[in-house]
Design a protein around this ligand. Sequence first.
Ligand code: ADP
Ligand code: ADP
Length: 225
Amino acid sequence: APVLLLSGVERRYTQGEATLTILAGVDLELAPGETVALVAPSGAGKSTLLHIAGLLEHPDGGEIDICGRPTSRLSDGDRTMLRRTQIGFVYQFHHLLPEFSAVENVMLPQMIRGLPKTEARRRSAELLSYLGLEKRLIHRPAELSGGEQQRVAIARAVANAPRLLLADEPTGNLDPKTSDHVFNALVQLVHASGLAALVATHNLDLAARMDRQVTLRDGRIEPLG
Ligand code: ADP
Ligand code: ADP
């Protein structure tokens, strides 16, 4: 089954008398391990689409299947469980907890899921080392560079071994060179762990490193170009 299947997904916002249609029937399928770049202008609906795909927001129409499971009739608790076990998120800003070290930030989601502390620490250190941060484990976010902070956020997103990674401008806050490094790390990790990924980015060079590129036009998904 596809890791992510969006069928006819709709989203509208009403402002007074006016209705703004953001998503007008989005169809999109991500196979296991497939990486897709979502490239579209600001305001096109990329964040809205990622939130809906990540089960953080309900659509006004259509269906979202995660790993072959339709989600529209799930209880809130089951949706949260599906999200926690199958989906990882990376945002433009890292949202790390400032009072915790790098390794602790990565351990947290695993401990919330009930993994023993020693096992969570071992796995987190391994992930951070894979991302080139073996010398930064006990640093707090404020003691790390922007690129390092974002790599910690990537490690945290995949800590619970999800099947799907959703990233919203993951390097949008970084200078071009750092952006390049972090994006490479992301792509390498995604491929090494067989994750499917949907990555919103403005950067066409970075988008070209994904398996496929799509855009949002008039609320629908189209191939880019
Ligand atoms: P992108 O991520 O591509 O920049 P967004 O998904 O953030 O686009 O927003 C798409 C459109 O939806 C924008 O015009 C935005 O103003 C509008 N929008 C987003 N959230 C809301 C909301 N909660 N209420 C009203 N309009 C919204
Ligand atoms: P919940 O708080 O609903 O139980 P989780 O804590 O399991 O959800 O969060 C799963 C992922 O979703 C985390 O990466 C978290 O950062 C993200 N997340 C949760 N709520 C939101 C939200 N309202 N907006 C953006 N991301 C969110």
